[in-house]
Structures are given as C-alpha cells and as structure tokens.
Design a protein around this ligand. Structure first.
Ligand SMILES: [Mg+2]
Length: 314
C-alpha cells in the first residue's frame, strides 16, 4: 500500500534525527576501524572505543539541533526568515537551544565562524564564509525541514535552499548541493522511484544550461555518474556518499551503510536517514532505535504542527 504524506514526513524527521544519533559514537573513525554492519547499533560493542564518550547513547548532535531550529523558525514566521534562523543558531551555540539537555557538542568549524560573526552584529545573510575551501556539509545536514515544510514552487524551494545555506556556508557549491537535496526530498515525498534523476532534471531546468549554478553543480557533483563517496565532511563528497548508500533498500541498511563509510558518520547518516525515512516511511525505522532516542519532547510539537500545516495546505 502506498505510504501517506504523514508517514513520509514523520519518517523524514525521525529518520534524520535517528541517523545522527546512531552515527555519533562512530564519528571520526576510519571505515576499517568500525564494527561490522550487524553491530552498528546505538550502543556500540564494548570493545569499540566510541567517540563523544561523555554523551549518552541516543543523543542527536549539532545536525539534529540545527534541523529543529530551522523547522521552528519556518513555523514561527511562515517563511524563511534568515535573521530569526541565525538567531536560533546563536541561541543553540550559546545556550543549547534545541540540543538534548541543552548540551552542545560537535560544533562545525565553519558554522562556529559564522555564528561568531552574527554575535558581532553581522547580518545572517552575510555571515557564511564564501571561500571555495569553506564547503563543509554544515548547511546540507540541516536543510531537510525546508523540503518537508515547503509547498510553493520548485523555483522558490531552490531559492530558499540557497538562502538557508548562506547563513553559514556562502559558497555556490554548498548552495547547489542544498538545492538538489531539497528537490530530491520533494520527489521522494511524491513517491517517485527515480527521485534523484528527476531532481537533477528539475534543477537543470531552473538554473538553465549556461548558468554558473549549473556549471558548479554539473562539474563538481557529476550527477550522471555512479556516485562515489567516502563519508567525509566535504559537501560534495557527503552528497555523493548519500546517493551511494540510498541504493540500499531499507532505512536500516541505508543508515548503517552511511556509518560504515566512516569519518563524518553522524552527518552522513543524518542526511541519508532523512531521505530514507521519507522513502520508506516512519514505520520502517527500527523500534529499538526509536526507543532510545533522547529529546523526543523537543520534536513532537514541531512534528504535529508540520503534519497539521501539510494537511491544511493539501
Ligand atoms: Mg554532528
């Protein structure tokens, strides 16, 4: 039976939060140091030296917190308000807004740089570093709420995906990755089997053949090639890692394979987990993982409102 929009939207939000939390203990490890797939669980095997040892099992990191900040801001303003979103990031950094137990950890270097600029009074729209060497996956990891919430045109979704990135990641490469990811999520929400290829085609139509945006996307992401990714924190590698693991047929296998790539495990599993959750629906997320996810009280109202808004607009 076809999945409902509610099942896909809930799957997307829980799927990314659980992917993030599942990946936290394995972060920074190279793939050959990781336990086998069957043992990649919230609680790693006892012999494994886990990262963030002081963080309780089942805790999302910066990725999950920033996703909730974006979602709350969209709901508060009924549009993408960059100043409000930027303020949310500052509140997270300073006092743990949307972090489980208000405890902030795993802060990205580039995001911290932008947040400090905003704290000094730089407008959110100008805070993100624009250098080519500042293309970490920090804006891609948190952009999914835009696709879950948005009901306007594809053009507007792409424009807002760019703006969302700009607050911390101002280079065009980060922006185009956020844009294709949102379109990909939107096609998955529609139940498409060829969601990636369709998203690329739509993006091509919006950017136009001769645009710098399309050149940046086509040249660096190589959308027609078989994806290869190594689970690193570089936005293009991250996106292509997600393309690769999305070939697995279940939510569980997608996030486990994302973590098995090693390195930026929580973020790869977060970005992939959001999409796999949309594709496979909330029921596909293993109950044993849902049961240990901390901070669920921070999610429930936002999710209820998201599902409500979707049915109002439908
Ligand atoms: Mg993280």
């Amino acid at each position: 039976m076809a999945l409902t929009q509610e099942e896909r939207i809930s799957g997307g939000l829980w799927g990314l939060l659980i992917g993030d939390a599942l990946g936290v203990p394995y972060e920074f490890h190279s793939p050959h140091d990781l336990p086998p797939l069957s043992q990649l669980e919230m609680q790693p095997p006892l012999y494994f030296e886990r990262s963030h040892e002081q963080i309780p099992i089942g805790t999302w990191s910066d990725d999950g917190a920033q996703v909730l900040i974006l979602l709350a801001s969209l709901q508060r303003h009924n549009e993408l308000n960059l100043e409000d979103f930027g303020k949310g990031l500052v509140d997270w950094y300073e006092s743990g807004y949307m972090a489980v137990g208000s405890h902030v950890f795993d802060v990205g270097i580039q995001t911290a740089e932008a947040i400090r600029l905003m704290m000094q009074g730089v407008p959110a729209q100008e805070a993100g570093p624009k250098s080519e060497y500042k293309n970490g996956n920090g804006s891609l990891m948190r952009v999914l709420p835009l696709a879950l919430w948005h009901r306007g045109t594809d053009e507007e979704l792409v424009k807002w995906a760019h703006l969302q990135s700009q607050v911390t990641h101002g280079h065009l490469r980060s922006k185009v990755c956020c844009a294709v990811y949102c379109l990909w999520a939107r096609r998955l929400l529609a139940g498409s089997t060829y969601a990636w290829a369709e998203a690329v085609k739509i993006l091509h139509g919006i950017y136009g053949d001769a645009s710098p945006e399309w050149a940046e996307f086509a040249w660096h992401v190589r959308p027609d090639q078989e994806p290869t990714g190594s689970g690193s924190g570089y936005v293009v590698d991250s996106l292509n890692s997600v393309r690769k693991v999305m070939q697995a047929s279940t939510y569980e296998q997608v996030v486990k394979q994302a973590i098995a790539l090693g390195h930026d495990t929580d973020t790869t599993a977060c970005i992939a987990g959001g999409l796999a959750g949309i594709r496979d629906g909330v029921e596909a997320i293993p109950t044993r993982w849902m049961q240990v996810l901390r901070g669920q009280e921070l999610v429930k109202l936002l999710l209820a409102k998201l599902l409500q808004t979707k049915s109002d607009k439908a």
